[in-house]
Design a protein around this ligand. Structure first.
Ligand code: SAT
Ligand code: MN
Length: 590
């Protein structure tokens, strides 16, 4: 039976620890009002109305995009800012060479000055949230304080936010404290600080997703990776997808790819017509929390409740599920508009943009109409391929782990690691071309171990050791694969069609797990022979397949030299086992 609203205890009285913290933030930031978020639909509607009345949201064409809105960010606030993102641990070594570091006291002092009085004409919103299903022991809670109603709207979609989360916090008595203000949206006064030892986040000066929706990268990856190490689990930048074979068996894969490299598309993949009988179910599209289970397998939950996905390129060919999903109840950020107020982005088969992402008359000379990192925020429940097990409290069992990068050469289409220890090296070796998801140059190849370069909350050397330790505790560790959908020929043309056709590679992995298909040994791991891949109905030149499955010893020897140099930066934190694995590969290359 529903509880009558008047009998509900005010949120501000549910947890003394949360209330004390809110009071101290209120004193510091001096807001005009404080609003505790219940997490109801009515609340989301009210916030939407507020932003519409302020002209900060635009309602999209209700006939074609019912319940959808457009938000335009400040033009200088469109992506994550890795150069302004810090891990603030007492010892710099704990943050590692992979992170920017600041002394916690110094960072707090700096942030206090930024936060002082920053909410004067604004409302302070308190968002209690739970990352993961509310009834799952694997979930973790937090509270975000923000002065941005846009951030609140996003958090209501992306997390289980509101009363139920606060009730859980009141019982658990532990939560991540995330303080956020958009400040002046001045890139000179912008910092994203993490204090893993205090389970705290302080973010100032940006309203953009990864900088401002603190449950996402800041909590569910940077802080959670630290918690996971202490508690013997893994917090990873991975999608989780279930593949049901024509025999009716379902296998779940967790796949790590850097930002804007197709995680959402893979998680929602539509099987090609020539692979009948396969079905695909999405559990998550960005983050996986992996826990060793009593049965010796890894079990995964998706801590998020929605998707914050890249819009450009989404169309019925690349991702029909996403294309359908974002036609209703979706918050768009930084897309273009047509004359009849439909959202428009590069890659759509029809429509004409009249206003670009900044709301200016569209002029191709000024670049793309939609920002390359324009995003949709939408509830996972809108996903036509949403897994019926996505909200299972115990998670789903993982059959295989997959690492992938965006590389025009070197890495073949797919290979299988020799074992877990080698798989950790394969993950640690990940390299990928940079994308528009972060501020900076696009298309530069950089090391991005486990796709966690921007997101690991501590020293990568210790993180790799933690991976080795978790694997050693698993009686049934999943096999580990590496994929590269982005290999190109000498003319720069992609060799592999990607999207739905990627299922052909995933089905090889699943058949491998069941011992039903072969592979050939190579110096870097096991690769499918052409006959091991189901290529029925695929229009692929034989020489393309040869190139996709080629391992060039000269390029790989160079890769090993670069990798040894890179790993060497982690000094005494680098697990010797990884160097040993590197030595084995090197020896096999001859
Ligand atoms: O902006 S987010 O960090 O949320 C998306 C991404 O870069 O993966
Ligand atoms: Mn991501």
């Amino acid at each position: 039976m529903a509880t009558a609203a008047h009998t509900l205890q005010p949120l501000s009285q549910l947890s003394a620890a949360v209330s004390e913290w809110v009071n101290s933030v209120r004193e510091l930031t001096q807001p005009r009002a404080v609003r505790w978020c219940e997490g109801t639909d009515a609340e989301a509607r009210e916030l939407t109305a507020l932003l519409l009345s302020r002209g900060e949201l635009t309602a999209l064409n209700p006939e074609f995009f019912p319940g959808c809105h457009l938000y335009r960010s400040a033009p200088n606030d469109v992506a994550r800012v890795e150069h302004l993102t810090y891990i603030c641990t007492r010892s710099q070594e704990d943050a590692g060479p992979n992170n920017h570091w600041m002394d916690p006291q110094q960072a707090h002092a700096r942030m206090r000055e930024l936060f002082r009085g920053c909410m004067r004409e604004r409302t302070l919103y308190v968002i209690p949230y739970c990352m993961g299903p509310l009834d799952s022991p694997l979930s973790r809670c937090g509270v975000e304080i923000t002065d941005s109603p846009y951030v609140v709207l996003n958090m209501l979609i992306m997390t289980r936010a509101g009363r139920a989360a606060l009730e859980r916090i009141a019982i658990e008595r532990t939560f991540v404290r995330g303080l956020h203000s958009i400040g002046e949206l001045d890139p000179e006064r912008r910092f994203i600080m993490h204090f893993p030892e205090e389970l705290a986040i302080e973010s100032y000066g940006s309203g953009y997703g990864g900088n401002a929706l603190l449950g996402k990268k800041c909590h569910a990856l940077r802080i959670a990776s630290w918690q996971a190490r202490k508690e013997s689990w893994l917090a990873e930048h991975m999608l989780i997808v279930g593949l049901q074979s024509p025999r009716g068996e379902t296998h779940y894969l967790a796949c790590a790819f850097p930002s804007a490299c197709g995680k959402t598309n893979l998680a929602m993949l539509i099987p090609p017509a020539s692979l009948p009988g396969w079905r695909v179910f999405t559990v998550g599209d960005d983050i996986a929390w992996l826990h060793p289970g009593a049965d010796g397998r890894l079990w995964a939950i998706n801590p998020e409740a929605g998707y914050f996905g890249v819009v450009p390129g989404t169309n019925p060919q690349t991702n029909r599920n996403a294309y359908e999903m974002i036609r209703r109840d979706t918050l768009f950020t930084n897309v273009a508009l047509t004359a009849d107020s439909q959202p428009w982005w590069e890659g759509l088969p029809s429509g004409v943009p009249v206003l670009d992402w900044q709301g200016r008359p569209y002029d191709p000379a000024r670049g793309p109409a939609a920002h390359p990192n324009s995003r949709f925020t939408v509830s996972a429940r809108r996903n036509p391929s949403y897994s019926p097990h996505a909200e299972d409290a115990r998670g789903v069992p993982i059959s295989a782990l997959v690492f992938g990068g965006r590389r025009r050469e070197v890495a073949p289409l797919v290979y299988e690691a020799r074992d877990w220890q080698h798989g950790v090296l394969v993950g640690a070796s990940l390299a990928s071309e940079t994308t528009a998801a972060a501020v900076g140059q696009v298309g530069v190849t950089r090391r991005d171990p486990m796709a966690m370069q921007p997101f690991c909350g501590y020293n990568f050397g210790d993180y790799w050791q933690h991976w080795l330790d978790v694997g050693a505790r698993l009686a049934r560790p999943p096999p580990i694969y590496h994929v590269n959908w982005f290999r190109r020929d000498a003319n720069g043309k992609f060799l592999w069609p990607g999207y739905g056709e990627n299922l052909r590679v995933l089905t090889w992995m699943i058949e491998r797990c069941a011992g039903r298909v072969g592979a050939a040994e190579s110096a870097i791991g096991r690769l499918p022979r052409p006959e091991d891949l189901n290529l029925r109905g695929l229009d692929l030149e034989p020489q393309a397949l040869g190139a996709l499955l080629a391992v060039d010893p000269a390029l790989w020897r160079k890769e090993i030299v670069e990798l040894r140099e890179y790993l060497g930066r982690y000094g005494k934190h680098l697990p010797a086992a990884l160097l040993a694995e590197l030595g084995i590969t090197e020896q096999r290359l001859g």
